[in-house]
Design a binder for this molecule. Structure first.
Ligand code: MIC
Ligand code: SF4
Length: 645
């Protein structure tokens, strides 16, 4: 049978199940990545499982998120991650090497490999032809401890690319913005986006990585490109040609759904506040004064992007009322643009150069002014994520963003009279892996060092037969994990301390949430469609669990958050009918009875609304293994049970 590329790679790694849409499958994982904001929990959980050595062929622990180090906490996390990597068998990428997805692409990603990462933008490596999936930290921990990854086989969507990106001011970013415009932030849920067609060969590897990176915003499980001569050229420039293998869908392969994009016809686009799918053409929103422009993030910080930005800034100035930041994605890129004079050009034009890290993308500094307009080449513009609650954040391609930094207002860059030239891929990147520390041979002697802010992972007992609790909060559609568990400079340093971070749950939605949850001894959350979209941060499940949240009842869930809820023993229940959502109100008292039997028998779960004296039905859409995880009280007790039995 002719297979598409996703089916091929999954079949090569299949451990159990049949790769048919909707069926549970387990796959062997070749590589894992963690970053520091999710990695401390992942390694604490790995330690709690009690296995002596990491069992996957390659694990890399990156430091790129928590980089402000305004006190000992970030630095202590880095030290813990470095010593844990050495002790258990992972590579450690020190602060300064760059953003995990960019560095992984450069130094480790391989065509045909499977990668899981405790970051939602792990699919960036799909640009290399990997099946790369974002998951919660606990899934990384159990995989590092030797378990395969269980997923529900997604649909495979064929994205047929025709034409070429030859129009001025249009980049790979516009391809994914166009897909977001058409499909929305939930259009990719339960799907793998697989790119094919004549347009593919015209895209360089870093352009492909921009597209696969932001496939996360579609809610897709992952996105994948074939591996071809473009892939080989990039790997050769990284001195890794031996990792290359050609990979493509078989002739005659079919897809569950298809979409077509003509690269030659795309205009420069922009996502308006406050969602990455709120996409229009730039010319439709011209006029507003711009306060800030940020170029960088794991979506747009490659060498060709930086070179292009410098060329636009050459001989020009950033408007005096605009604060422009530029973040090179990795040490390689940083070093190369420094050596080749592009950084001097950027500095001369008035740009502020930031270290290679996530930085403003996750609210670690550079918050815009009150009510300000920020134009970013990043992937998320959720309300408040920038650190300024009332800022208006727009997302567009890095060249258009640079043009707006010069213009000082939102403007179609094609009207500015500036020429923009394409940048060639370099023949050789500046490779210096001194900061990527391999695991030592004498690992038994390594002491794992935990600073005072690093607290043990909380866990709870088996699923009870009866739950009762108040509706603590009712929220609308598309609630993000940034709403549930905010990030930013104040909260990120608490990622290794669940009791402390739990105080911030829903802080920007309802500041009294944590206090109320504690007072009520826990309770239940009601959500709309696509509840928990966005990041992979398991803290958005773990911290509510710590506050006593026992169930989330929503119209539908985003994939990673759904799994994270299960992993921490919180029931993710789906309303059987839309009206039931309308009928349940905040502070209603709900009762769930006969739970263990219903979960075991895969039955619908009836809920009594004690306050209103009525009942409604919900479904628990989980795999058989997830039922067992829920019954055990979460993935940690479930896995520990398996390791010891
Ligand atoms: C993000 O972009 O939201 C993050 C910060 O990278 C998260 C991970 C985290 O919260 O630590 C993600 O995308 O998964
Ligand atoms: Fe970092 Fe932003 Fe990428 Fe998340 S989306 S990994 S915060 S650069």
């Amino acid at each position: 049978m002719a297979m598409n590329l996703a089916q091929k790679i999954i079949s090569e790694h299949l451990v159990s199940g049949t790769p048919e849409t909707g069926k549970a499958i387990a796959i062997r994982i070749d590589q894992t990545l963690t970053q520091d904001a999710t990695g401390t929990m992942a390694y604490l959980q790995f330690e709690a499982i009690g296995v002596d050595r990491i069992a996957v062929p390659l694990a890399v622990s990156y430091v790129d998120h928590n980089m402000l180090q305004s006190d000992f906490r970030n630095a202590d996390d880095h030290k813990y991650l470095r010593t844990a990597a050495a002790r258990y068998g992972a590579y450690f990428s020190a602060p300064g090497n760059g953003i995990c997805h960019q560095v992984h692409l450069e130094r480790f990603a391989a065509p045909g490999a499977t990668l899981i990462g405790s970051d939602s933008h792990t699919p960036t490596a799909g640009g290399m032809g990997s099946i790369a999936i974002g998951v919660g930290g606990l899934d990384i921990a159990t995989t590092m401890a030797g378990s395969p990854l269980e997923i529900t086989m997604p649909k495979v969507v064929g994205v047929h690319l025709t034409g070429e990106l030859t129009r001025p001011w249009v980049t790979a970013m516009d391809v994914i913005l166009e897909l977001l415009r058409r499909l929305t932030v939930k259009g990719g849920v339960g799907r793998i986006m697989e790119y094919y067609g004549d347009g593919v060969a015209t895209l360089t590897l870093t352009q492909r990585a921009t597209i696969t990176n932001m496939g996360a915003e579609l809610g897709a499980t992952t996105s994948v490109f074939p591996s071809d001569e473009q892939t080989r050229t990039y790997l050769k420039a990284q001195d890794r040609e031996s990792a290359w293998r050609p990979m493509a869908a078989d002739n005659g392969a079919t897809y569950d759904e298809s979409v077509e994009i003509n690269l030659s016809a795309l205009p420069p686009m922009i996502a308006k506040p406050h969602g990455p799918d709120n996409v229009v053409q730039i010319k439709q929103v011209e006029g507003a004064k711009v306060d800030q422009v940020c170029v960088g993030s794991c979506t747009n910080s490659s060498y060709p992007v930086m070179k292009g930005v410098a060329k636009i800034l050459q001989g020009r100035n950033v408007a005096p009322t605009v604060s422009m930041t530029v973040t090179p994605g990795s040490k390689q890129v940083f070093q190369m643009i420094a050596k080749e004079g592009d950084m001097a050009t950027m500095i001369g034009a008035g740009a502020r150069i930031l270290e290679s890290a996530c930085g403003p993308c996750i609210g670690m500094g550079q918050a815009p002014p009150s009510g300000g307009v920020s134009i970013r080449s990043f992937n998320r513009n959720f309300k408040g994520r920038s650190g300024t609650a009332d800022a208006n954040v727009y997302l567009c391609n890095p060249f258009a963003a640079t043009a707006m930094a010069i213009a000082g207002e939102i403007k179609d860059p094609r009207e500015l009279g500036i020429e923009v030239e394409a940048t060639e891929q370099p023949e050789a990147y500046a490779i210096n892996d001194a900061g990527i520390i391999p695991p030592p041979a004498d690992y038994q002697n390594v002491e794992v060092i935990k600073g005072p802010n690093i607290q043990p992972v909380p866990s709870h007992g088996e699923l009870p037969d009866r739950i009762e609790g108040q509706v603590l909060l009712k929220v609308e559609d598309n609630i993000t994990t940034d709403h549930i568990m905010p990030a930013g400079a104040q909260v990120l340093p608490l990622r290794s301390n669940i009791p402390a971070i739990s105080e911030f749950v829903f802080r920007n939605v309802d500041p009294s949430f944590a206090e109320r949850a504690k007072k009520m001894g826990g309770g239940i959350i009601i959500g709309g469609e696509n509840y928990g979209q966005g990041s992979s941060r398991e803290h958005a499940a773990l911290a509510p669990m710590y506050l006593g949240v026992t169930a989330v009842i929503a119209k539908s869930f985003a994939r990673i958050h759904h799994t994270n809820l299960v992993n921490f023993g919180i029931l993710p229940l789906v309303f059987a009918s839309g009206e039931a959502y309308d009928e349940v109100d905040p502070a209603n008292k709900l009762e769930l009875d006969g739970l263990r039997h219903r979960v075991e028998a895969a039955q619908d779960i009836e809920i009594t609304n004690v306050t209103k004296g009525c009942r409604f039905r919900t479904q628990l859409c989980v795999t058989d293994r997830q039922r067992d995880i829920l019954l055990a009280g979460g993935l940690l007790p479930f896995t520990k049970g398996q390791v010891t039995s």
